[in-house]
Design a protein. Structure first.
Length: 101
């Protein structure tokens, strides 16, 4: 619980093949957030970055990074590429967890 440095990155397409380089990623958010503690979601404050338009049939990757190791927990998925959430507007697929840096 307490302040945590957090970054949010995005790129058009998937993350595959782009996991080790930031050159094709765009930084959306780079600031400190209030960490809520173990097993409690921490949010990036609304309005912290401009909305991202994702067109029909477009894929977009997002990467949440915590340079100082403040984001030590994440939810274990079941299988890379599995559907996490979906609705009539979008489908969110499982990705991977990696150490920052």
């Amino acid at each position: 619980i307490g302040p945590a440095k957090m970054e949010l990155w995005t790129r058009a397409g998937t993350y595959k093949g782009h996991e080790k380089s930031s050159s094709e990623w765009r930084l959306l958010f780079n600031s400190t957030v209030q960490g809520n503690g173990l097993d409690v979601p921490t949010s990036i404050p609304a309005g912290s970055f401009s909305p991202i338009l994702v067109n029909t049939d477009e894929k977009r990757a997002f990467y949440v990074a915590c340079p100082k190791g403040a984001c030590q927990g994440y939810i274990l998925g079941t299988e890379e590429g599995s559907v996490v959430e979906s609705n009539s507007d979008m489908i969110i697929y499982e990705g991977i967890g990696r150490r920052f840096g």
